[in-house]
Write a protein that binds this ligand. Structure first.
Ligand code: SF4
Ligand code: SF4
Length: 61
């Protein structure tokens, strides 16, 4: 499993990327529709990113 990012809630602040130990979170899209996606292959389900998101855009998979 991997954390799931909700593109409708994400504002691409990238705070989550700063705490991810496996660099699994990447910004995709272009303004004003930028958001992040989580790599299912790389994510180790540590959930550090979930608590970092003030918008509730990240959910445990
Ligand atoms: S912390 Fe939340 S709002 Fe910010 S980039 Fe990550 S998922 Fe998006
Ligand atoms: S759960 Fe952990 S490994 Fe997966 S994206 Fe979030 S911080 Fe990175």
């Amino acid at each position: 499993m991997a954390v799931v990012a909700d593109a409708t809630k994400c504002n691409a602040c990238l705070k989550c990327t700063q705490v991810c130990p496996t660099e699994s979170i990447k910004k995709v899209g272009s303004a004003p529709n930028e958001h992040v996606e989580v790599s299912v292959e790389q994510c180790i389900d540590c959930c550090l990113c979930v608590g970092e998101c003030a918008n509730g855009a990240l959910s445990p998979g």
